[in-house]
Ligand binder design. Sequence first.
Ligand SMILES: *Cc1c(COP(=O)(O)O)cnc(C)c1O
Length: 413
Amino acid sequence: MTRDITTRILHADRLAGAEHGATHKPLHIATGYGYATAEDLTAVFQGERSGYVYGRQGNPTTGALETKISQMEEAVGTVAFASGMAAIAAVFTALLRAGDHLVTSRFLFGNTASLMDTLQRLGCEVTLVDATDAGQVAAALRPETRMVFVETIANPRTQIADLQGIGKLCAERGLVYVVDSTLTTPYLFLPKNTGASLVIHSLSKSICGHGNALGGSVTDTGLFDWSGYANLLPSYRKGNPQAWGLLQVRKKGLRDFGGTLSAEHGHRIAIGAETLALRMERACANALALAQWLQQQPSVARVDYPGLAEHPQHQRAASLFRGFGALLSFETVAGIDPFDVLNGLELAVKSTHLGDNRTLALPVARTIYWEMGEQMRQSMHIADSLIRVSVGIEAIDDLLADFGKAFARLQAK
Ligand SMILES: *Cc1c(COP(=O)(O)O)cnc(C)c1O
C-alpha cells in the first residue's frame, strides 16, 4: 500500500538514513566535497558513483528535499532550483534548441510568458493557444514541435488546461509534456496521472507556504522515453535512459546557469512541506467559502474560482483535483474602484505572491500584468478591475468579516 503523502514527507529524511538518526536532514553548508582518493573523486565526477563535488550542482540538504518532492509526485527524480523561474528556464534551455517549436497556453504566469518571448529571441518558435482545449494544441503541432508546456490552474483567471487530452496527444506524438503544477501542488493533483513527462513547482508558493523561502523544482515522472529524444547530448546518454533527461537538466540547466537552491532555503521549504496537506485543506475550504460569498455581493461583477458550479472547467477540476485550489479572482462592477475595495482590507495583505499562509490580494492589471501592455492583457481576459486573491489559512469568519467591512465601506461612500 502506498503511504499517505503527509506520512511520506514526515518520515522521508529518517528513512533515507539521515545522519545520527536525525528526523530532519541537517543543513549542509559546504561548497566543496573532499574524497579519500583521486579515484573516488573522479568516479563521482564521471557519474560512476553518486556524490557531491561542488555546491552549485546541489548539496545533501537540497538532495533530501529533491527526494521528498519525488516521493510527493510518485516520480523517479527531481532537481531543485533557487526559484520556480530558474526551474522553468532550465527546462527550456537544457532541452530545446534553436529551430525547435513549443506549444503553450495563452494564459501563463506573467514571468513565464515573458520567458517565452526570450525563447523566441533565442531561435525557438512558440505558439500560444487556449490550452483548455486539447484540440487547439493538436492544431498547433508541427514537425519541429518538441514540447508542450501548460499550467494546471492558470493565474489569475483560473482556467484549467485539458490536462488529460494534452497528455494523450503528447504520448501519441512523442512530445515532452511539461506541467507547471504550482497552483495544484502534489496534494491536489499528480500530473503523472495525466501523462506529464516533467512536473514544475514554484516551491516558493504552497509547498513552502510560509512566504519565507524561494525555490523551484523539476521532477521527472518516468513516463517519457528519453532514448529517442534528439536534443540529448552523448555525454548524458549513460546508464538508465529514464534518468537522461533530468541529468541534462541538472548539468546544462542547473550547473551551467547556476540558479542553485541554498541549503537554508531548502530546509525551510522541507519544513513547510510537512504541513502541505493540512494547509491546502484549510486554504481550499476558505477559498470556496470566500468565492461563494463574493458572488453574492452587489459590487462584484464576476468571480473566477474552479470550485463554483458556473466555472467553465468546474467538472474537469472536480474529476482531476482533490480540491479547487487557494486562488480566486473577481471583477468589481462599473463605478466601483477596485483600489477602494483593496484599501478597505485590513487582514488581506496588499501584495503579490501566492500560496502563502496569509491571504494576499492585488489589482493585477496595474501590477503584475502592467508591463505587458493593454493589448496582451485583453487577450488574456484581464480586466482593469480584476482583483486576485490568494486565500490563506486564517479563520474563515475573520476573512469574511474583513471583506465584509471593505464592501460595507464602499456602500457608505
Ligand atoms: C510563482 C510561479 C512561478 C515562478 O516561481 P518563483 O518561485 O516565483 O520563481 C512559476 N509558475 C507559477 C504557476 C507560479 O505561480
